[in-house]
Ligand binder design. Structure first.
Ligand SMILES: [Zn+2]
Length: 404
């Protein structure tokens, strides 16, 4: 291990013996009491020295025996330490691809804020390269979303759509003006390749996705160009991903509203069918309206504010990445919505419905999926004050203090 105090967190002394790591309430922590010698020793924890060398440096600085190990252990337990050589074989491979890693350095630094164990951040980043994601829909939202995922290091992003690129599909970060008239799916795949920081590590044609709902996808994102499909997602369109148990996320723009969610863990969280049933419960006219919307052919270009589409694509991609990085995003069981012109984000719950064949409602009676394992950590990260309290409980009383 080559310990490194996470460089993503800016450091500052709150007083003579308390160090604050980080600036923002979401991730900042304080550490104390810290004497001046230990404080200057932190500068040596920059990833260039192994533990043996660090102990030697400690002796030279007259730090008491065992002090260096205690300090390193304490920092690691507080989630403030990274390992410049950790993360496993996939991380080592990524380190050797310097150009790729340089493109992803800000993303790596960001991952260091949401992972705790040394080496985890680069391990997660390297894991993205082996993920396969399918984006269904290559309009203003889908094409940008797919490009964002590729740019963030997801190894394989497949885009599905039909027809040819129309002038109004063009969006910065998505389909370029030169692609107008080209096949939409091919143009979107080109945009994905351009956005990727390197070649996809998986090139075997045998593994190329062929069928909708290919169970090999880590995640499927449903980003329809059709506004009715965004507002009232058809459960039958998600049959393949539901039956294969593939996690999927809805995103799109309808009229002046951007929608992200629900993120569906089939059989565990509310799905398109649950959403439809709940809406029918609340409004008996809902199925009648949906049937009319779906049957009415719309020839005109549908409303889709460019900035709203980009915002929606960005947030959806962030939720997708959160999942790919091992978390459960807050769109699980909810639809995040934002409308022009006020642009306040708010979440509408999507509860599992007992009449939906997905059976999430049955499961919901037992333990909620966000209550165990990895996802528990997620919740803690989303509620930093609680995370700090948990972190505080792990360390000797009075030695470490969490900053909220
Ligand atoms: Zn359901």
């Amino acid at each position: 291990m080559h310990p490194m105090v996470k460089p993503a967190l800016r450091r500052g002394w709150r007083d003579l013996n308390t160090v604050q790591f980080g600036m923002t309430p979401a991730h900042a922590m304080t550490l104390g009491p810290m004497d001046l010698a230990s404080g200057s020793f932190l500068d040596l924890l920059n990833g260039t020295r192994g533990l043996e060398l660090l102990r030697e440096e400690g002796r030279r600085m007259d730090l008491p025996d065992g002090h260096v190990d205690k300090l390193v252990r304490g920092l690691a337990e507080a989630g403030l330490l990274d390992d410049a050589r950790g993360g496993g074989p996939a991380a080592d491979t990524l380190r050797r691809k310097k150009e790729v890693l340089d493109r992803l350095r800000p993303d790596l630094a960001s991952l260091s804020l949401t992972t705790s164990a040394p080496g985890d951040a680069i391990g997660r980043l390297a894991a993205r390269r082996s993920q396969r994601v399918q984006v269904r829909g290559a309009g203003r939202v889908g094409a940008v979303l797919a490009s964002l995922l590729a740019g963030a290091g997801v190894g394989e992003v497949d885009v599905r759509d039909v027809g040819r690129v129309e002038p109004w599909d063009v969006a910065p970060g998505g389909l370029p003006a030169e692609a107008v008239g080209d096949r939409r799916d091919e143009a979107a795949r080109r945009a994905v390749r351009r956005a990727a920081p390197g070649r996809s590590p998986r090139r075997a044609p045998a593994q190329a996705p062929s069928e909708e709902g290919d169970p090999g996808f880590s995640l499927v994102i449903i980003a329809p160009r059709d506004d009715v499909a965004v507002h009232a997602p058809d459960p039958s369109a998600a049959e393949s991903v539901m039956s294969s148990g593939t996690p999927h996320l809805y995103a799109g723009v309808v009229e002046g509203t951007g929608v992200v969610g629900p993120f569906v863990l089939p059989g565990e969280t509310g799905c398109a069918g649950c959403l439809h049933e709940s809406r029918t419960d609340r409004d008996p006219a809902w199925p009648r309206l949906v049937a009319q919307w779906r049957s009415g052919r719309q020839r005109q270009v549908r409303p889709c504010d460019l900035t709203l589409a980009t915002t929606t694509a960005g947030l959806a991609a962030a939720h997708a990445l959160a999942f790919l990085d091992g978390r459960v995003p807050s769109s699980a069981g909810a639809r995040w919505e934002v409308s022009v012109p006020a642009l306040h984000w708010h979440a509408r719950p999507v509860w599992p419905h007992p009449a939906c064949p997905c059976a999430a409602a049955e499961r919901g009676k037992g333990e909620h999926p966000s209550q165990d394992g990895e996802s528990h950590e997620t919740m803690a990260v989303q509620r930093p004050s609680e995370r700090c309290r948990e972190a505080e409980a792990e360390r000797p009383a009075g030695t470490w203090r969490a900053h909220v």
